[in-house]
Design a protein around this ligand. Sequence first.
Ligand code: GH3
Ligand code: MG
Ligand code: MG
Length: 362
Amino acid sequence: MSAVPSSLLFDAREAERQAALDRYAILDTSPEPAFDDIVRLAAMVCDVPAAAISFIDHGRLWFKARIGIDQPQLDRARSLCGHAIAAPRDTLVVEDLAGQAGYARRRRLAGKRARFYAGVPLLSPEGFALGVLNIGDSVPRTLTEQQLEGLQLLARQTQHLLELRRYMREQGRLLSEREASARRAEHARDDLQRRHDDLEYAATHDALTGLYNRAGLARLRAQPDMKRLAEDPYVLVVLDIDHFKQINDRHGHLLGDRALCAVADAISRSVRASDVAVRYGGEEFLVVLPRTRLDGGAELAERLRLQVQQLSLPFAVTVSIGLADGDPARDTPEAVFERADQALYRAKKSGRNRVAADDTPR
Ligand code: GH3
Ligand code: MG
Ligand code: MG
């Protein structure tokens, strides 16, 4: 088995390191007080003018927080931090750059005025060196043991901060995903409810006139407040357009439809909010008047008859109306309808365009 060239291994690890850094989504973000505080503390503890939290991103060194450093980023090849992460477990301390072999090159690397440098690598939980907490000075320095430990503790705090920051971001992302899916579910529920309402409306209303249809009447009768209303005496009005077949034959079906709508509108205008108007058949309508006596129902029916007669249509339209009163304690709805229908028959027979009230002895 041939050995893998070490530069390839390095490249593979470097790609993983870079990927680990990218997962923090911290590069090129705005300054954050918690990171600024750590940098200030590092400079105070070590008594130096310059300190930074630096991340090594491809070919550059980018500072999340810095004091005593002018540029927001540096060339990676020209920075000592780039070297500090080569040994992720170790703190790199150079007390005097001038005392080192190759000082001229290091001087270039660390900045023109730099003589002192110390950097603690910042590690991800998997052990990748993401960057460095580093300090520097323009004069040679020796850190006390306490200062070195302080710098390392601050590096550890920076790592905690990075993990916390990533966790918070992840939680924020999950939360907004959850909110988005809750919003989607709510929209879907509203949509379904709307479609259900539309279907329910279409099933219970007459498409031409907008009045209730038979199914709508049945549905209404099942409703609790209607049930309560239906415990009291009521009047049932049955209304039929006169010679409607002739209207259709003479003026066409479309004008016939217009007449139907005009009659339905006249009914809607004449009734109270608690009354229920239904298109019961082709040109037949029902009106239920809760808590009404026969004479009151007859007055409404007469008003309605006149209103239809006065409609402004290209031809005359009249209606015949029959009505009967019902007491839920004694009468079935079918029996009341039968009596109202009989009255309507009498209105038709005695010349149409009139109102006839039930007069059967009870
Ligand atoms: P009467 O005075 O005895 O009630 O006579 P009529 O012609 O009104 O009664 P008939 O029952 O003979 O005719 C009703 C007509 O209503 C027949 C049918 O074509 C028409 N019709 C039913 N539904 C509609 C509709 O939706 N639109 C139109 N234009 N006509 C309809
Ligand atoms: Mg009819
Ligand atoms: Mg008719």
